[in-house]
Write a new protein. Sequence first.
Length: 332
Amino acid sequence: MMRLMSQVRIVTVTLNPAVDHVLEANQFAVGSNARAKRLGWYPAGKGINVARVIATLGSRCVATGFVGRDELGVFEEYLERVGRGRVVTQLLVVRGRTRANITIMDPVFDTETHIRDEGFLVQHDDVRRVLSKVAMLARPDAIVCLSGSLPPGVTLGDFRTMLHQAHDQGAKAVVDTSDAVLEAMRGEPMWMAKLNAAELSTLSGMPTETSEQVVAAARSVSVISGGRIEHVIATRGAAGAIFVGPQAELSAQVFVHPGRIANTVGCGDALLAGVLHQFVRTGDWAKSMRQGVATATAAAVSREPGTLSVDDVQEFWDAATIEAIGPSAAAG
């Protein structure tokens, strides 16, 4: 298993990347003037975040998708630097400027305010190029992560085509996207879907307020109950994450003092990166979920958004609790 899984290549597809601006403003209020301190500024987007964290953990990956012409060099330099040469960047240039996302952290009121730009308009020729790129990268030895929102010009049909390309060519398709896209993809084959509680509720039509409800909802959309999603990861914030798949059903969590949490921007992406990093190395779902929650927690305690410490990852790996909630947590 170890030898076989180590040959798997991870590919992230980010159709709507962003440059993330993270600001700190005390007692932030809508409609008022606020003085803010910049905590972070970095290229992002869900697939970009996954690629960055995978490389930080020590695995190699390919990052493709779209980027605005003026921001291509910034994204390439950033991924080369933070990924320490482990990220092969194959982003496709489109007309228009890459969107800017703004997160305002208020340490007084303990709130996070997220402002999300819509993104550039993608032309039909751009869609054809990214479909060709995904078709080229989607091979039987690949895990293809389709992550994030759809920019204007990319339709649900285009996303479905990419999903089919990955599935039909034997790649393992991972989907981590918005409620609307997930709902439109209901019934489509996926190797893995990463969902938060609200997204899982939308997809399953079931409540997801308690851990028992989350498990039941995850089972309902998985192959276990006749669905077409082979593996479901449901994230629950500070309560950790639930994994449901044919080989194992697991609950994973790290207990950390709330005072250590600096921000939660990108924690879900860090969790997915940790899971995939460990899975391609061991094929063991219990270890993969342990790596996932440890990596997400390391991202949450980082005082510099967009970064994490491998020392923190190791600390939280040791502190993580993994509980089998269904069939034996056997290797996958």
